[in-house]
Design a protein around this ligand. Structure first.
Ligand SMILES: [Zn+2]
Ligand SMILES: [Zn+2]
Length: 307
């Protein structure tokens, strides 16, 4: 695997919105090299060149719209915070009552070590965040960059200047997906121009346009390979209904309670309505009927508690 640009996420922490300009800068250079310098002028060459240029430009612009739509959706969508006064559910069927819920405890001055989990009758541990002073819903984690608890937190990434959690994970995956398709298209489209650098033929263009084409090819190749690795990792995470954080937690358990089958695991992220799978949005019906999209409740394997 080539150089993984996403490994720099942690190192770049704190750069904040500067990252938006870096992403838009890469998009700008790519647009200049592919559309303005190379394939735009080819439209007027006639014959096969024009047809190929038309196909490349149509595909490039369509993918660019989807990429930017997904990117700004991840960026502007709240990943999901813990609602004020949220408290863990009591398992009434089992007739057990969480002793913490019967009193006025709000977490401040809990008799237990607040760093530790408290055993819950429903086998799910009741967790408490001392920094936020709130109970943590299942699959929720505290993000030290955001300074708050995030529902079904996956990771905090500076590339999208946001936390990736329950409500924007799908948009993040679509951003990865469209970035992979777009950078692969650009890499393949500029490959003949890149090969030409190493031939004896004279390359048309000014030193500026030649440098832009060279830089665009290298940048897009690096992104395509890095995003491919990331995409493969997230496909396996979605298939097993696991977040990046949970992938580490999961190693400690033999069975994963949230893994309820590939199809249902996929629907928990992408929704049930197929028309919305490839766009960064959910149908109103899915939002109404799927509580897991709100990030507070998740179905778990029915007989796992009894094991
Ligand atoms: Zn917290
Ligand atoms: Zn965060």
């Amino acid at each position: 695997m080539a150089w993984n640009v996403f490994k720099f996420c942690t190192a770049l922490r704190g750069l904040g919105s500067v990252m938006i300009f870096i992403v838009l800068g890469v998009v700008g250079v790519t647009y200049y090299a592919l559309v303005v310098v190379n394939y735009g002028p080819s439209l007027f060459h006639g014959d096969l060149d024009s047809l190929i240029a038309l196909a490349v430009l149509l595909l490039f612009h369509s993918l660019l719209v989807m990429l930017l739509w997904s990117y700004f959706s991840v960026l502007s969508t709240d990943p999901g915070g813990v609602p004020l006064n949220w408290k863990p559910m009591v398992d009434e069927e089992k007739g057990d009552v969480d002793p913490l819920l019967g009193s006025e405890h709000t977490g401040v001055g809990l008799g237990v070590d607040q760093e530790n989990m408290v055993a819950n009758p429903a086998s799910e541990a009741v967790r408490f965040c001392r920094k936020c002073n709130l109970f943590k819903p299942p699959r929720c984690h505290h993000c030290s960059v955001c300074g708050r608890c995030i529902l079904k937190m996956d990771h905090h990434c500076v590339w999208v200047v946001n936390c990736v959690g329950a409500k924007n994970y799908k948009y993040f995956l679509l951003f990865l997906f469209y970035t992979f398709l777009e950078t692969t298209l650009v890499t393949l489209s500029l490959l003949p121009h890149f090969i030409a650098f190493f031939s004896d033929r004279e390359i048309p263009g000014t030193p500026g346009t030649i440098a832009a084409t060279f830089l665009t090819f290298v940048l897009n190749l690096a992104f395509a390979l890095s995003v491919l690795g990331f995409l493969i990792m997230h496909i396996s995470l979605v298939a097993a209904n696991t977040t990046t954080i949970e992938a580490f937690e999961k190693k400690r358990t033999s069975t994963w309670r949230y893994d309820i089958g590939r199809k249902k695991n996929f629907e928990q992220v992408f929704g049930k309505d197929k028309r919305f799978w490839l766009i960064p949005a959910y149908s109103e019906e899915d939002i109404r009927q799927m509580p897991e999209l709100q990030g507070l409740e998740y179905p778990s394997r029915p007989n796992l508690d009894a094991l």
